[in-house]
Design a protein around this ligand. Structure first.
Ligand SMILES: Cc1cc2nc3c(=O)[nH]c(=O)nc-3n(C[C@H](O)[C@H](O)[C@H](O)COP(=O)(O)OP(=O)(O)OC[C@H]3O[C@@H](n4cnc5c(N)ncnc54)[C@H](O)[C@@H]3O)c2cc1C
Ligand SMILES: *[C@@H]1O[C@H](CO)[C@@H](O)[C@H](O)[C@H]1NC(C)=O
Ligand SMILES: *[C@@H]1O[C@H](CO)[C@@H](O)[C@H](O)[C@H]1NC(C)=O
Ligand SMILES: *[C@@H]1O[C@H](CO)[C@@H](O)[C@H](O)[C@H]1NC(C)=O
Length: 504
């Protein structure tokens, strides 16, 4: 009895020391965070928002995925590159100020947000200016594609950007950017001719083929490892109405779709103006899997021969029509307001791998039906062609750091998007999604169809996309990061996102 009490007392003493240490730490942390935010106000920034204010809550709710809706100590919204410079030169000398950068807020895990830190929200910097003489679109980094396309429409031009209208330009372009136009023009990033960037030092510089050309290349796929981009200057081009829309099918057409997509992928080098994205979707309204394909011809040709094999498949509904780039991207919106766990891997364009991926998707859905407490979940299994012609365009346009040119056979990306409710469900979901990813990866290895490359913009934080860019690109990104951010601010003070310093 006495023995117990003695232990109890000792444990209590240890616990209370621990509790007061933890409390002291919490207070210290709160104070330093208060100081980070107060310093921004002292430095003259007017848009500093705290929890419970309308601006803070509205901006938090505007993240696509609930998983990214963290609670930063404050959100600061710059209105210019100069504001961004002041933010960086204010925060970087205070060692405890951690921060996140957010543009469109579409990364489905918190690469774009932070608890116990400051979120730099680019949302007010959303103007697009067009220079007709050079056909350059100057797009501020907080824009979403919807606004950019809308501004360019009146000039009869567009730029290759998101296929969903609410995606932000900054995350998209610094992570690559797969577009309706990739078959013709390479990735979104390949069409950037200049980045305006604020470095950790507060210097505002331009990166293009002539000035800071190493940074120019590294920003095309290298993500938030170097600085904060404040403006993207993109090469625009004349854009007639596109032919496009969504066509839905019964799942019993799966084999026809596999045949058609396999041929489609190999044919892109002969027909560069199209895009086709097939989705196998479990939806809580039908409680079943159905197929939806987004088709587009970017020249506006109606049903050109390259689509024949798809057009022969009996369909349920179709919205195919001629329409603007913007409207087609609006139509392809995905539902927000769920927690999300996504992954994407790439493998050779081999029908056996498509079949296996879809079998695993079906199995996953059936298991998750039993797991889900409310039955309210969505699970997309999506294919996106990654033919070698994509990286040929990239190389022709000066090159990026994604390393896709190392893949010498046509490939296809398989992406799974799981949308669910609740923190606990997300934990369980991630474990199962990692197992799903490993299973399809192993199958591709066993069949001799593995491709190492992973797409950063769709990767889960349990993936390591930068490492899949290849040693040479990884080394290059490291050098450029060290040159433009010698104090490693973007490695140590910006914990979110894929860090080059974390690549083995
Ligand atoms: C509904 C939906 C549709 C999508 N469609 C496509 C598609 O068609 N094609 C495609 O390729 N991808 C697509 N994606 C993926 C998309 O490209 C990525 O999620 C991308 O990161 C989104 O950009 P964002 O600005 O919204 O990202 P955010 O989540 O705001 O930021 C992404 C990353 O970039 C960093 N970052 C943000 N702003 C800056 C800046 N100014 N300077 C430096 N770093 C910055 C952030 O810190 C973060 O690490 C889609 C995603 C969703 C949710
Ligand atoms: C764009 O920025 C302006 C201020 O620069 C702001 O008033 C507006 O709400 C922003 N638009 C969107 C869609 O966020
Ligand atoms: C596929 O399903 C549709 C209805 O959803 C049906 O009309 C059609 O006959 C089915 N086809 C086959 C081959 O089973
Ligand atoms: C599609 O590819 C298959 C082989 O996988 C071939 O038999 C078929 O003729 C092709 N179809 C078209 C329309 O090219």
């Amino acid at each position: 009895m006495r023995f117990d009490t003695a232990i109890g007392a000792q444990a209590f003493a240890i616990l209370s020391v621990w509790a007061s240490a933890a409390q002291a730490y919490a207070i210290e942390m709160r104070e330093s965070l208060e100081y980070c935010c107060a310093s921004l106000e002292t430095a003259g920034l007017t848009n500093v928002f705290y929890p419970a204010s309308d601006s803070y809550e509205t901006r938090t709710e505007s993240y696509f995925s609930i998983s990214s809706q963290l609670r930063p100590y404050c959100i600061v919204q710059p209105e210019s590159a100069e504001d961004v410079a002041v933010i960086l030169t204010t925060l970087t000398p205070i060692a405890d100020c951690l921060f996140a950068i957010r543009s469109g807020g579409h990364t489905v895990w918190p690469a774009n947000n932070i608890n116990n830190g400051v979120t730099i929200d680019m949302g007010l910097m959303n103007k697009t200016t067009y220079v007709p003489d050079t056909k350059i679109a100057k797009i501020e980094a907080g824009s979403r594609w919807r606004e950019a396309y809308g501004a360019l429409e009146s000039y009869g031009v567009t730029v290759p950007g998101g296929r969903t209208s609410t995606v932000g330009v900054a995350g998209f372009l610094t992570g690559g950017g797969n577009t309706f136009y990739t078959g013709r023009r390479g990735f979104g990033c390949d069409n950037v001719v200049n980045f305006e960037v604020v470095l950790a030092s507060g210097d505002i510089i331009n990166a293009n083929a002539k000035e800071n050309s190493d940074l120019f290349k590294a920003l095309k796929g290298g993500s938030a490892n170097f600085g904060i981009v404040t403006r993207f200057d993109m090469q625009a081009f004349d854009a007639p109405l596109l032919w496009g829309g969504l066509v839905t099918y019964d799942t019993n057409t799966t084999d026809d779709h596999i045949d058609a997509y396999h041929n489609w992928t190999d044919n892109i080098e002969n027909y560069m103006d199209g895009s086709a994205i097939p989705f196998w979707t479990y939806s809580p309204t039908t409680k079943d899997i159905s197929i939806t394909v987004a088709y587009e011809d970017t020249t506006g040709a109606v049903s050109p021969p390259a689509f024949d094999q798809f057009m022969k498949i009996p369909y349920a509904t179709s919205s195919m029509r001629k329409d603007t780039h913007k409207n087609l991207a609006v139509e392809l919106e995905l539902i927000s307001g769920y927690r999300n766990v996504w992954f994407a891997i790439t493998f050779k364009n081999d029908k056996a791998l498509y079949k296996k991926a879809l079998d695993l998707h079906k199995q996953f859905v059936s298991d998750w039906k039993a797991q889900s407490p409310d039955g309210d979940f969505i699970c997309h299994g999506i294919f996106q062609a990654i033919p070698t012609i994509f990286s040929k365009h990239s190389v022709e346009k000066g090159g990026n750091v994604m390393g896709l040119d190392r893949v010498t056979e046509n490939a296809v990306m398989f992406q799974v998007q799981l949308m669910i409710n609740g923190v606990r469900q997300e934990k369980i979901a991630r474990k199962r999604m990692v197992a799903f990813r490993n299973a399809i990866k192993q199958f591709s290895v066993d069949k001799g169809g593995a491709v190492d490359w992973e797409y950063l913009n769709y990767a889960d934080f349990t993936q390591d996309p930068l490492a899949t860019y290849g040693e040479e690109n990884v080394e290059f990104i490291r050098e450029v990061a060290a040159k433009y951010d010698p104090d490693e601010i973007f490695q140590t003070r910006l914990p979110g996102g894929f860090k080059i310093s974390h690549v083995a």
